[in-house]
Design a protein around this ligand. Structure first.
Ligand SMILES: NC(=O)c1ccc[n+]([C@@H]2O[C@H](COP(=O)([O-])OP(=O)(O)OC[C@H]3O[C@@H](n4cnc5c(N)ncnc54)[C@H](O)[C@@H]3O)[C@@H](O)[C@H]2O)c1
Length: 362
């Protein structure tokens, strides 16, 4: 699998690790700042010979013209995902797009359309779907063990301070990042929607900017969701924990099952009860992680490689990426209008919410 990475910042080591662990040939990397490439290669532990074998580009268009590639992953600032992904797909190359796949539904739709037209695999990088605890919950959902679902909840309680937001100019801005729901919480929102049956009827959201006056978007958001199948769900996402990353919980309750996942990124089973087998305990499923990005990138990359080889859609496809994006945008829209929002949404963009909390104070 001839592979290249676009964007060599914070999350890039997870992409390189995943590529290495899957035996991909890392042909090229792209970043406007070559010092980021140097730092990435150091972190990856590449030998001088390995470094020499990887071409460096500042412009991904040039890279796509020159290098015959099978798969590219896009780990650029969020506001640049759509343009880069469309460019990759237009070259007939398969793509993994970091979350959110785009900042607007129009761009997400264009990515889906173009991917289908070009016949390439397009995957949204919601790697937490591959967490062992999440996979256990999903298997129980697919086996029908919960019975009729009642309600669900996701909470993402993490911490990001001024140093995080001031380090990179794109962070916390409506057009290039959004707030904590779009950046940190979108993985949990993806899991919640996936577990509850995907089809949302309505969303009521309230967001606020409490402790980060220097960013444009929210640092806390809450929402109530009603799914078409009658399931009710709540979302709480915040970066306002005063000491560090506290937890990411996902709870799912059905008439015959009750499961709660936790840890810092839904990487542990905290509680597991099914009426069909009271002896079935899964609380020992606890995956160690280095940070809140978890371990899922390697499995997601493996899945995409298999999808390319076999011609099937990726496990986490572009439509899944659109659903997570749509849910966040629905919360933003409801927070702006003060009223519940009915889904599906056609054409909403994160940039539409510019000015929601007034100008940032620096
Ligand atoms: N899946 C996850 O768990 C996870 C974790 C962290 C970040 N992310 C996502 O990954 C993306 C990147 O996040 P990050 O924290 O690594 O950001 P970052 O700012 O650390 O890295 C982005 C990199 O892109 C480079 N860049 C900027 N513009 C460019 C351009 N036009 N062409 C080439 N390179 C360019 C920057 O120099 C930088 O090295 C974001 O969308 C973020 O939401 C996902």
């Amino acid at each position: 699998m001839d592979y290249a990475l676009i964007g060599c910042g914070r999350v890039a080591p997870n992409h390189i690790k995943a590529a290495k662990e899957n035996g991909f040939r890392i042909v090229a990397v792209c970043d406007v700042d070559f010092s980021h490439i140097d730092a990435l290669f150091e972190k990856a532990g590449f030998s001088e010979e390995e470094k020499q074998g990887i071409a460096r580009y500042a412009d991904y268009r040039e890279m796509l013209k020159k290098e015959p590639l099978t798969l590219v992953s896009v780990a650029l600032p969020s506001g640049l995902h759509a343009e880069a992904a469309k460019c990759v797909i237009s070259h007939g190359v398969n793509v993994i797009i970091e979350k959110p796949i785009a900042m607007s539904l129009a761009d997400a739709d264009e990515i889906i359309r173009l991917g289908e037209e070009m016949g390439v695999a397009v995957s949204a990088c919601h790697q937490n779907r591959f967490n062992l605890a999440v996979q256990a919950m999903r298997a129980a959902v697919e086996a029908g063990r919960f019975g009729k679902l009642s309600n669900a909840a996701v909470t993402v309680r993490w911490s990001r301070g001024e140093d995080y937001y001031s380090h990179d100019d794109w962070r916390g801005k409506w057009a290039s990042d959004g707030g904590t729901l779009m950046n940190q919480c979108i993985h949990g929102i993806d899991l919640l929607r996936w577990m509850c049956g995907d089809e949302i009827e309505s969303v009521y959201g309230i967001t606020a900017r409490q402790y980060h006056p220097y960013i444009e978007a929210e640092d806390v958001g809450t929402a109530v969701l009603r799914f078409k199948n009658g399931v009710l769900a709540t979302v709480e996402g915040t970066v306002n924990v005063n000491y560090g990353d506290m937890e990411e919980h996902l709870t799912l309750l059905g008439e015959a099952g009750a499961v709660k996942l936790g840890g810092t990124c839904a990487n542990e089973v905290l509680s597991w009860h099914f009426s069909d087998d009271p002896e079935d305990r899964q609380e020992s499923v606890k995956e160690k992680t280095v940070n809140v990005y978890g371990n899922g990138h390697t499995a997601l990359f493996a899945d995409v490689a298999d999808a390319i080889r076999t011609g099937r859609p990726p496990y986490v496809d572009a439509r899944a990426g659109r659903r997570a994006l749509e849910t966040v945008l629905a919360i933003y829209l409801s927070s702006k209008t003060g009223a519940p929002v009915t889904l599906p949404l056609a054409d909403v963009s994160s940039a539409d919410f510019a000015g929601l909390f007034g100008e940032p104070i620096r």
